[in-house]
Design a binder for this molecule. Structure first.
Ligand code: HAM
Length: 424
């Protein structure tokens, strides 16, 4: 088939009703879980000033250097489609003075944009559910937010493995950076091209490079966990103690460093081997310095984001697709004269919560074909003679149950065949 002239931008997906049904189910389950933690929804713009992301995520990160959709608007201001949600949320809370003396807990759902190389599980427009807890600096908040992430995954009936690490404070990280550089510099030539170019700027990223040679070099590297400041070490031990108490299994992964610069202390990821190379379904960590860095009061914070596309792919793999709901009733009009009565009846049934599809006016065979395509449980056709007093036949499409009676009694017929009237 020839390619259509107009196509979606590469790495950006169209979702049809058969896809969005699983999304909606998942979103509903998530909202129920989030309500149990008293986390409220925040909606912030998809577009922000470019400077916000450069300052929050870090000038030397891959996201800011290579992946942002940045453009001048008509006033010549540089704007960027959000590559992630945390920066915009913090900007909004600071701008509206929502942080002084308060501890907001918020979530957001929506699209994010990164100009990455598209592949399975990695898109240029993808969707996140993100959660941010602000104003809580203790390990108890880390444990609670990890428990929340575990419950979200459980509500989706997927299983993944939790990995945690501590990145310490900016000061302890800076001294570790020098120790790591001293180890990596003599081996720079054996690193991949990406790692060579980011070695001086961001040597910690070498530790989570997926290229085999880099991984081998990382194995022998001095460990950040051996160079943590005492408070971060204590915080990390306390988190592990709380996760044990909550019976949430985890692995400490010293190579977990994350790709955004705002993290302090705790970082965590839920990963799976089932999705190939894009196996991180949920990731986050503590970012105690970000609020002050963006002009707000000194406020500790922690959060995470879950990749909806990856979670849905994992859910389909582990549990199969959720069955699509089918209409209760297909109603077909055989002539123009029966259309008004048919639509009136359809509206009456819908007001009682019956899922109803209408079609026509059309011929008998055409309506039967449409009825079949609609996959409705029951079908009924309405013509001139039925309006004038003949009975209508309400038939099960895939079975033998049926009811015959006057048109006006159709609701009783549906009830007799076991159709639910949720709003009756
Ligand atoms: P992130 O690790 O960049 O963190 O993204 C979080 C999750 O979003 C990933 O684990 C993955 O599931 C999904 N994701 C990221 N990029 C893509 C992509 N190109 N295609 C499909 N899915 C993707 C953040 O965004 C932080 N804001 C998380 C956070 C919130 N930390 C603290 N609060």
């Amino acid at each position: 088939m020839a390619k259509p002239v107009l196509q979606a931008v590469r790495g950006m997906n169209d979702l049809f009703p058969e896809d969005t049904f699983s999304w909606q189910l998942l979103e509903e389950q998530f909202r129920e879980v989030l309500a149990c933690y008293d986390v409220g929804e925040i909606r912030v713009p998809l577009v922000e000033h470019t400077d916000l992301f450069a300052r929050a995520i870090g000038d030397v990160t891959d996201i800011v250097q290579k992946e942002m959709y940045t453009f001048p608007d008509r006033n010549g201001e540089s704007l960027t489609l959000r590559p992630e949600g945390t920066a915009g949320v913090v900007r909004a809370l600071v701008e509206h003075g929502s942080l002084r003396g308060k501890t907001p807990r918020v979530y957001y759902m929506g699209p994010m944009f990164r100009h990455e190389r598209p592949q399975k599980g990695r898109y240029r427009q993808f969707h996140q559910l993100g959660v941010e807890y602000l104003g809580m600096g203790q390990a108890a908040a880390d444990a609670e937010i990890i428990a929340l992430s575990a419950r979200l995954l459980k509500s989706a009936s997927v299983s993944a493995d939790l990995q945690i690490n501590s990145l310490g404070t900016p000061a302890s990280r800076a001294s570790y950076r020098e120790i790591l550089l001293a180890y990596l510099r003599p081996q720079a030539e054996s690193l991949c091209a990406d790692c060579q170019s980011r070695l001086e700027r961001n040597p910690l990223r070498v530790l989570d490079c997926k290229v085999e040679n880099c991984q081998q070099i990382s194995t022998g590297a001095p460990r950040l966990s051996d160079h943590l400041d005492p408070e971060s070490e204590q915080h990390f031990l306390q988190l592990q103690h709380l996760l044990d108490a909550l019976q949430i299994p985890y692995t400490v992964n010293p190579a977990l460093v994350r790709g955004l610069d705002y993290y302090h202390r705790t970082v965590f990821e839920w990963v799976t081997g089932a999705l190939g190379s894009q196996g991180t379904v949920l990731a986050g960590g503590r970012y105690d310095g970000l609020v002050a860095q963006l002009g707000g009061p000194d406020t500790p914070a922690i959060g995470f984001a879950l990749g909806m596309e990856r979670l849905l792919a994992l859910q389909a793999l582990q549990n199969g697709m959720a069955p699509l709901p089918v209409p209760d009733l297909f109603m077909g009009a055989l002539e123009e004269e029966s259309v008004a009565s048919l639509l009136q009846m359809a509206e009456d049934l819908r007001s009682r919560g019956v899922r109803t599809v209408t079609a026509g006016p059309a011929g008998f065979r055409a309506l039967l074909r449409q009825a079949e395509r609609s996959a409705s449980r029951y079908q009924v056709l309405l013509g001139r003679s039925q309006l004038q007093g003949d009975t209508v036949l309400l038939k099960e499409q895939l079975g033998n149950r049926q009811w015959e009676g006057p048109w006006r009694d159709l609701p009783s017929g549906l009830a007799a065949l076991g159709v639910d009237f949720p709003n009756a």
